[in-house]
Design a binder for this molecule. Sequence first.
Ligand code: NAI
Length: 419
Amino acid sequence: MESVIRDPTLAPEGHMKIGWAAAHSPVLAAVRERRLKDGTFEGLGVAVALPVEAKTAYLAVVLAEAGARVAVAAPLPSVVQDDVAAALAERGVSVFANSEGSPEDADRWMELALEAATSAGEAVLIDDRAGLTRIAHTTRRRLLPHFRGASEETTSGVARLRAMEAEGVLEFPVLAANDARCKHLFDNRYGTGQSTLTALMQSTNLMLGGKRVVVLGYGWCGRGIARYAAGLGARVTVCEVDPVRGLEAYADGFDVLPALEAASFGEVFVTATGNLHVLGEEHFGRMRDGAILANAGGVDVEIDVGWLRAVAEEVREVRRHVEEFVMPDGRRLRLVGGGMVVNLTAGDGHPVEIMDLTFAIQALCAHRLANHAASMDSRVHLLPPELDEEVARLKLEAVGMGVDSLTAEQRRFLAGWRE
Ligand code: NAI
């Protein structure tokens, strides 16, 4: 199927970016050598909905080289790098992604990816926020019999898929790639931590040292953001709804306060909850002039941008990726990345080495679904722990490190109760 991209002449820059990602992805390369060359993917479709940037492109290339019919769709236009989309299309992957498209276009791209992946047989899905799965269960129901299953990348996506399972509407098995330890412990925490702050610093060109940074949500992502911000010298306050996570943030050395209190003194606010309107009218009403807002969560409704747009006297772009909202009382609130996932809309996403782990997990999930979906129920499953451990061992090996193994005696001791 013909790709939908902005400009094929951008491909050379895209090839360079993909080459850089490949050069820093030893774990995915090792998984390819050990597992993906067994013919599993020969003639199988793989529909991928992920940010169209270099690391995703390298995953697509690896799957295509293993024989898969790969179709990649961007779940949002704001997470498309057009040069990478062009390069990927040139390498024979079907690509549906254009940074100048609209959110409605993104749904269409995901439909096209599902069509392309199933054009000559069955397919597995590598999904983001359950976008492909939602479409497969609604506007493309006729394709349902062709899907063996889906692997889900994000915390928010897994939550949605569990909601579908609970309602009894999920019609194929899902592997929660996000819940693999080699995914969320590193991607959500260190990946989001580093890349969110990089995106904030690049877009604003402001210093974080000494600033009062408010992190909303102290899950895997929030922990990483708070830690990296503190590392840069910011004075970090955490807002939570879970008292245990709040206490954990306190024990990690952060102030923990209700969001309405933090709203009055914060200089930079970063949401990472996956929840609706974590920052809204009441918070905006208390914020200082010049407050900077960004969302690192997987849903674009954490900051009530709709309210800001509706009441602002004026909205102007003050730097690339930074909009200034002039409130009726003259205060200016500055939103980075449009309230969408900031490390992707205003940055390059996670570091390559992080996505090497994540995509090694995704490749193993797709491989497992391709081989075992027929014997899996239509619910959300976890990746077997030995595959998670394989990824960790491969990464340790790649950096010249390693761990010990339990002796038979130690195993017996740990499993017993008499000694
Ligand atoms: P998590 O479930 O570990 O943490 C979310 C935290 O937010 C929980 O501790 C919860 O109690 C808290 N929370 C919920 N509502 C809240 C509210 N109103 N105020 C304050 N805290 C609230 O989830 P995780 O893995 O940290 O992911 C968070 C979001 O980030 C998800 O939407 C996920 O999909 C997304 N994500 C984004 C990435 C990125 O690249 N920017 C990477 C990985 C995940």
